[in-house]
Design a protein around this ligand. Structure first.
Ligand code: GLC
Length: 405
């Protein structure tokens, strides 16, 4: 019971330290390669969709391969879709036959995932969708109250199973709590999420719960954009690597963001005390596509050199201009260090930071160790000079300033 006394700040500590997580959308829908909404968007009848479970036998799935790549990306935690809106569970459930354990694969992928993530030293998150498209009561809970009740009861039971059968779980990442005809403030009553979350916290006292349950809980979840919450409140931006319309595997997904963009999203979140949850959608055979693997590795290389500027970062504390540190990029802060993140390397070999009131003891380029000359000028300007002509890091060069407090 000792854990139950942990304060919000204490429970959130590791999350702020972590800053970077990987989201994994993988399930039956991966077979079709048209995203995780395919059943709904293409009006596939539930019985027809369920037939796909006979083919879902991902011969190349090895959770250890996923986790070693995720480790290499520098991420500190991982969140897997244990069950998406289609209702197909990647784990064993007593209250459903529509699971990977009772169909072709005969495997509990959630158990394999948890084991591998723990072995890799990653914190473990479960994504779980409240809604289940297979229930007619989801679409019209007033006309079909029994079906709606069965769906609600199933969610409560399955959440209990997930919180009971897999050891310590660090994040419960809810989704799909919206219900046709109900307003946001009615959703907690509909899903009984107050009672469910009390049960979750009694089983997993340290757990972090996101806000997609009709209640505020611990973490805000901006989707496909990086937008900070109020200071003191935990938040995490989730984002797809490819087109925003799909999180599960999309076979031809032509608009992958560059590694540079992804690194800069991570840094932008870290500059206002937020996390970045970057999604991958593995293939139906359980392997991770090249475009995703490549980006995870590139981010990892950057993190290896510059990670100290994001892990455990605080908000960049200087109100300097509408653009943070001016037009060149942004800043993060930690202890007595300020990190200037240069996204747009200047031509002139110098950077101006306006409004920087602290005394700088030293300035170096993190990646190369090169010392940077600091000069103060009129109007509260600080110049960083004698910079190389070519940016030392093409994604984001970090200049570390040690400041006197
Ligand atoms: C949305 C979508 C869902 C996706 C999620 C990720 O709510 O319904 O498919 O899993 O966003 O945040």
């Amino acid at each position: 019971m000792e854990n139950a006394l942990l304060s919000y700040e204490e429970r959130m500590r590791w999350f702020h330290q972590a800053r970077f997580g990987i989201f994994i959308h993988w399930g039956l829908y991966s077979i079709l390669g048209r995203g995780e909404w395919v059943m709904k968007v293409e009006h596939i009848p539930a019985e027809e969709y369920a037939e796909m479970a006979k083919q879902f036998n991902p011969s190349k799935f090895d959770a250890r391969n996923w986790m070693s790549l995720i480790k290499e990306s520098g991420a500190k935690y991982v969140v897997l879709t244990t069950r998406h809106h289609d209702g197909f569970c990647l784990y064993d459930s007593k209250v459903s036959d529509f699971t990977s354990v009772k169909t072709a694969a005969r495997r509990d992928f959630v158990a394999e995932y948890v084991g591998a993530a723990r072995d890799a030293g990653l914190k473990v998150g479960f994504y779980y969708s409240w809604l289940d498209w297979r229930f007619p009561g989801y679409y019209d809970h007033k006309a079909q109250p029994d079906s709606a009740k069965a769906m609600v009861d199933q969610a409560g039971e399955q959440i209990r199973e997930l919180m009971t059968n897999y050891g310590k779980i660090d994040i419960l990442w809810y989704d799909g709590h919206w219900v046709p005809g109900l307003a946001e403030e009615e959703l907690a009553d509909f899903w009984h999420s107050r009672e469910v979350n009390a049960m979750v916290r009694s089983l997993q006292p340290h757990i972090l719960i996101n806000n997609r349950c009709g209640l505020t809980e611990d973490i805000d979840t901006p989707e496909q954009h990086v937008t900070a919450s109020q200071p003191g409140r935990g938040w995490e931006s989730c984002m797809t690597m490819g087109d925003a319309c799909g999180w599960g595997y999309i076979h031809n997904n032509p608009n992958f963001k560059t590694s540079t963009q992804l690194i800069q999203y991570l840094v932008t979140a870290a500059s206002t005390e937020g996390n970045f949850l970057l999604n991958i959608g593995p293939k139906p055979d359980g392997t991770i596509r090249e475009e995703e693997a490549e980006r995870l590795k590139a981010i990892g290389k950057w993190v290896k050199v510059n990670g100290e500027s994001v892990f455990g970062s605080r908000r960049y504390p200087f109100e300097v201009s509408p653009w943070g540190v001016g037009m060149i990029g942004t800043g993060t802060a930690k202890e007595d260090n300020v990190y200037i993140h240069v996204f747009r390397w200047p031509q002139q070999g110098e950077i101006c930071i306006p409004g920087f009131s602290k005394k700088i003891i030293s300035a170096i380029i993190l990646g190369t160790g090169q010392t940077v000359t600091v000069e103060l000028a009129s109007n509260g300007r600080t110049f960083l000079k004698a910079l190389p002509a070519v940016p030392p890091d093409k994604h984001d060069t970090v200049i570390k300033l040690v400041i006197a407090d």
